[in-house]
Design a protein around this ligand. Sequence first.
Ligand SMILES: *[C@@H]1O[C@H](CO)[C@@H](O)[C@H](O)[C@H]1NC(C)=O
Ligand SMILES: *[C@@H]1O[C@H](CO)[C@@H](O)[C@H](O)[C@H]1NC(C)=O
Length: 610
Amino acid sequence: MLGQFRKDYVALNLPSTSADSDINRRWPKRRLWRWWNQLSRFQRSVVYMLILAACLTALYFLPGTQPIWSPNNGKLNSLLDKDNITPALSLLPPKKAQPLENSLDNEEPVKDRYMNNDTQNKKPVLNKGNLDLHGETVTSNVGQIHSPPREGVKFSGPSNERQSAIVAAFRHAWKGYKKFAWGHDHLKPITGTFHDWFNLGLTIVDSLDTIYIMGLAEEFAEAREWVATSLHFDVNRDVNLFEVTIRVLGSLLSSYHLSGDRMFLDKAVDLGTRLLPCFNSDSGVPYSDVNLATRKAHSPKWSPDSSTSEVTTIQLEFRDLSRCTGDPQFEDSAAKVSLHVHTLEKSDGLVPIFINANTGHFRSYSTITLGARGDSYYEYLLKQWIQTGRTIDYLRDDFIEAISGVTKHLTRRTAQNKFLFVGELLAGGKDFKQKMDHLTCYLPGTLALGVHNGLPQEHMQLAEDLMTTCYQMYAQQPTFLAPEITYFNINEGTTGDIVVKTNDAHNLLRPEFVESLWYMYQVTGNQTYQEWGWHIFQAFEKFTKVANGYTSIGNVRNPLNTRPRDMMESFFLSETLKYLYLLFSDDPNILSLDKYVLNSEAHPLPIYDT
Ligand SMILES: *[C@@H]1O[C@H](CO)[C@@H](O)[C@H](O)[C@H]1NC(C)=O
Ligand SMILES: *[C@@H]1O[C@H](CO)[C@@H](O)[C@H](O)[C@H]1NC(C)=O
């Protein structure tokens, strides 16, 4: 079944340049490239000279530049050139710049920083090398101290009907949110009201980079304006470190990298600084909650322990914040947690889902799962390894060991159709439970990402088998929507594979399976994954779309009684619609897996050399 694609995995494995060209081979060569090949040597020389002249002109207009991060890391110098940041010309109307109320430093006025008059009226000459959208354009500027002005990455909007349909869905959701819940965390689309969790305008913040990637200029301008003028972190309320890190910090950093707009970084620094007190525990393992105004951190009210996945799913964001600012304390605090968890004893790489912030130890006898409270520990092992240029070996090794552990202890096949699934171990590993959270459907995508980065081929077989199972979670429901939790029948000689309990039959518009569809499609080019994504999108349209947005439903088992829950979570806009939009893209490099690593909330962050 794998046949022809196996070769591609191998070719895709290592050096990123050959991976790029290999991917391109499967898609039609771009027209520009063809045009280029047809030019004579003389014509090419003329083009080179024009580009050179344009570069020199651009450099002439630049103010002096200073590298702010490690001088050894050339890539970062151009990335982080903080005096030279201009917003994405295509998406940010100049009028929208406002003085920053919470500005953390007293550099030049905001207007100059964002709206550099010199670059504003000029056509962009060079793309920012290492955040380039297309593998074949300029990268030679990377690593020079006199780097080009910081341009936002360009996205051209939907290029086919399916992508347009996803954008229409996004705008429908956004319109309802704007009308009834603007500035609040979540829209309740049926009653036309709102829900607040952290009081941080979560839906706006979480949507920023999706909006940017979809090329929605007007929506980006209004969201950016809200963030600049109305997003304040001086909120006297406990927030969850993990949730705020992946949703808010992650999105601010992504928006900064994609748009080049320094305001997002200023906000990220303010937030990151307020989250840091979480790490002041005896062990360095963070407390789960913190009050952003008083900066007091503590364990959750319901437990003395933090969740393992939560304390290990903040590293991409904190590291990126340090790399962007040159202030190492964010990365240091978060990286220490990973290193600490690395030293703890595990069973074949698998971790219990609770860890105590004071002792730094796992709670023995807690569940082992790749679903809730365990999932993204494994995800961030791999993604941190990728983010740091595949230089930190223990992260990769722990990931590989954990996947062996999954295969050995957690996978089983169903009785009738032999679907492979990932179950759970209870009571510290004694009892197997044939239950799989929809959350666990992130795993095949993460495995494919690992294989793309050179990890063992057998991970791809596991990924494909799990894709089939996760797809069945959807396809076997009359609504074509998966429940939150699925049980599997493993009693040999009986019929039926999938069992859904009444209390587990809800669907929260979650992204994990469409996330995996995107990775699998990126890595294999197999269009079946696009088709599956389209079927699922149709089901969202049919059963979750309401007049003022999209709603979670309470029951996927009965099309005539879906029991809408009147809630549109921010991850529907941040993740579900973003992954669907990416899945249907004609451009295989729209967010290249060799340039970006997406955090656990689908916010892309740059891959560094080290
Ligand atoms: C840009 O600079 C020109 C000349 O230096 C000036 O006339 C113009 O008003 C400036 N535009 C903005 C938006 O500041
Ligand atoms: C594409 O994926 C589907 C689902 O896993 C599989 O049945 C099919 O054989 C794959 N196609 C190719 C060409 O590998």
